[in-house]
Ligand binder design. Structure first.
Ligand code: HEM
Length: 410
């Protein structure tokens, strides 16, 4: 016989030995021929029963000791793991049932370093609109059945509604011929803060959307390897862009908060739906009620929560984020409010570009014509003319584009 084949046969015969030793006494004994193996005398024949030294801590369990009908006994379902082990060795269902219900076991790891080490599966939680289940599964369902589908639907509705609005109504506002009389709407500092914030937001939004939805729209096109690497790389981009967004957001909030405090004119603006009910724009101060609404409910409040929860997810806030419950809550807030922000900022970008004539110019070079100011922010223009607000708040007049603004009329 070929030497390799004979050694394989020898190994196969030896591998069968422990299995034979495990057989119960009443099991049919192998015949001598079977013991000798398929090659007869070529394989070694066992003459002595194989015994192993008893290992103190390990008690072997024999599957043939299991009582197959043990499950019919009363109280079977309520057995502890120890009781179950006596009738069905190796069946650890009672223990796993406890684990699945959030039981915390013993661990020698210090709670300060590993607060949840003794707990494999979290306790049950009762979220609204969902059946009671353990916290990990509940979080998974909130993400996959609520945040992602409803978030995607919200974005789709916003994009479609804006497209429809643009097609039916076109850009808002009149054309204003360039005039030498201009008002400085945003200083270079305000524009720098705005664009740094806008840049960070767009990068975060794009990378966040790939992380959340890439599986559905990129994976089928790019394939597993490229889509996987892209999501992996964008996760790092997302993590590093977060701090730039946090800093620029803080500057944007502090810079614009003063002019976003609600006043009586905003109430009037809201009751007329910002001019939607008629042809003319409703007079407003520097920012109208729509812009103020976006400032508070689309940028400041959700922005602070999104940044805070992002820092928790990055484990950058000491003492928070060690527990899975912290991470789950942080993720749910982060994802849902970030999608909310993206939906509103899409509307803001629309109005700041194609949706309103002359708006982009204000944020591009900082100035608007007096006609534009009168049409869109009449009360602000009045304040400038009355000298209550300087027509130019920054730099030298010679730095102005086109022509120097006329000093405020008194
Ligand atoms: C490409 C993206 C963006 C464009 C084209 C854009 C455009 C504009 C324009 C034209 C204005 C001036 C509006 C006016 O004169 O009344 C403005 C104001 C403003 N934008 Fe943006 N923007 C963009 C992204 C963002 C982002 C991502 C944020 C914040 C997350 C943001 C926050 C603001 C704020 C706070 C104001 C001042 C208005 C107020 O405080 O109510 N913008 N933007």
């Amino acid at each position: 016989m070929h030497p390799t084949l004979s050694s394989l046969l020898l190994a196969a015969t030896l591998a069968g030995v422990p299995a034979l030793a495990q057989q119960p006494a009443n099991a049919p004994q192998p015949t001598a021929a079977a013991q000798a193996g398929p090659v007869g005398n070529a394989a070694p024949v066992l003459t002595e029963p194989l015994t192993r030294p008893a290992t103190a801590a390990v008690r072997s369990q024999n599957i043939f000791d299991v009582k197959p009908d043990a499950s019919n006994e009363t109280g079977y379902a309520a057995q502890t793991n120890g009781e179950r082990a006596r009738v069905q060795p190796g069946n650890n269902a009672p223990m796993w049932r406890q684990v699945a219900q959030g039981a915390t076991g013993y661990t020698s790891l210090p709670a300060s370093q590993a607060p949840e080490a003794g707990n494999l599966i979290q306790e049950f939680v009762d979220y609204p609109f969902m059946r009671e289940t353990n916290a990990g599964e509940a979080w998974r369902q909130v993400r996959n059945r609520w945040i992602l589908p409803y978030g995607a639907a919200l974005l789709a509705i916003v994009v479609l509604a804006l497209a429809l609005f643009f097609v039916t109504k076109g850009p808002l506002g009149r054309e204003h011929p360039d005039s030498p009389r201009k008002f400085e709407r945003f200083t270079p500092f305000e524009r720098a803060a705005h664009w740094a914030n806008a840049f960070a937001f767009i990068v975060l939004a794009a990378s966040g959307l790939v992380i959340a939805f890439g599986k559905f729209f990129l994976l089928p096109v790019l394939g597993l390897s490229i889509a996987g690497w892209l999501a992996y790389a964008l996760k790092y981009v997302h993590n590093f862009m977060g701090p730039l967004f946090a800093v620029s957001l803080t500057i944007v909030i502090l810079t614009f908060v003063k002019d976003n405090i609600a006043n009586r004119a905003d109430f009037h603006w809201l009751t007329r739906l910002g001019g939607m009910l008629g042809d003319a724009q409703v007079p407003s101060h520097r920012f109208n009620a729509g812009e103020k609404g976006l400032f508070w409910w689309g940028i400041t409040i959700p922005g602070v929560v999104v940044v805070g929860s992002g820092l928790v997810l990055d484990k950058l806030i000491p003492g928070v984020g060690e527990l899975r419950a912290h991470m789950q809550l942080a993720h749910m807030l982060h994802a849902s409010l970030a999608l909310w922000m993206v939906a509103l900022i899409i509307g803001h970008i629309y109005m700041g570009t194609v949706g309103m004539r002359g708006a982009y110019r204000a944020m591009k070079d900082g100035y608007v014509t007096e006609g534009w100011a009168d049409e869109h922010h009449k009360l602000w223009a009045d304040d400038i003319r009355a000298g209550r607000i300087p027509a130019q708040r920054s730099g030298e007049a010679s730095a102005l584009p086109d022509a120097a603004p006329t000093p405020a009329r008194t």
